[in-house]
Design a protein around this ligand. Sequence first.
Ligand SMILES: [Zn+2]
Length: 220
Amino acid sequence: MEYCASTNHDERPPGTVIDMLVLHYTGMESANDAIKRLCDPQAKVSAHYLVHKDGRIIQLVGEERRAWHAGVAFWRGYTDINSRSIGVEIVNSGHEFGLKPFPEKQMASLETLVLDILKRHPIPKRNVVGHSDVAPRRKTDPGELFDWFRLYKCGIGIWPKNGMAKSMNDQQAGILLRDFGYEIDDLGKTLEAFQRRFRPIEINGKLDSETVQLLSGLQK
Ligand SMILES: [Zn+2]
C-alpha cells in the first residue's frame, strides 16, 4: 500500500460507527489527474483509497477520518453519508472520458481491499453501494461496466434472488426501492441506478418485466 496524504478530510462526529462503503470511479482522463484533484485543497474532495488499473492501491485518507466523496446523498434514511462511510475510488475514465472495462488486476485488488475493510468495520451487505446508488439523480459511477455480481460472489454486497412478481405499479416499486435504501424523488432516475447495478445491460429507467422481477427479488 502506498500513501499520498490528502488534506481534504475532517473529523467524524464523535461516536459514529462506520457502517457504509461507497464505490466510485475517478471519471478523469488519467489516474494522476484524479490523484491531483483528490489531494487539491481547492477541490475539497477526497476518498480513503484509490485503486489503480494495475491493482496498486493508494491510501489518501485514514479510515478514522471523514473523507469527502459522497456529496449530497441518501441511503436508508441517512444523508450524511461521508460521516459513516469509507470511500473507494477506482481508476476509470468514466462516462465523460470513455467508460472502460475494469481490468482483472484492478478488480482482484479491489476485492482484497474491500474484504479487509469489511473485517475492520460492521458494514452490513446492503450498505455496500455505488455512488449512483446514494445519489441517483446526480451520479452514474462506478457505472454499468462495474462487475457487482463478481463482488457479490466473493461475499461483498447483495444480489436480488429470483423474484416472482410479473408486474407492479410505480408506488409498489417505490416502496421496494425505498426499503432497500434508495431515495425515490425521481423514480425513473432511481430505477436507472438500480438497473445500472443489477441489470447493467439495459438501463431504461422503466418498470419492464425483468426489472420488476429483480425488484421483487430484493425483498427476500
Ligand atoms: Zn463518485
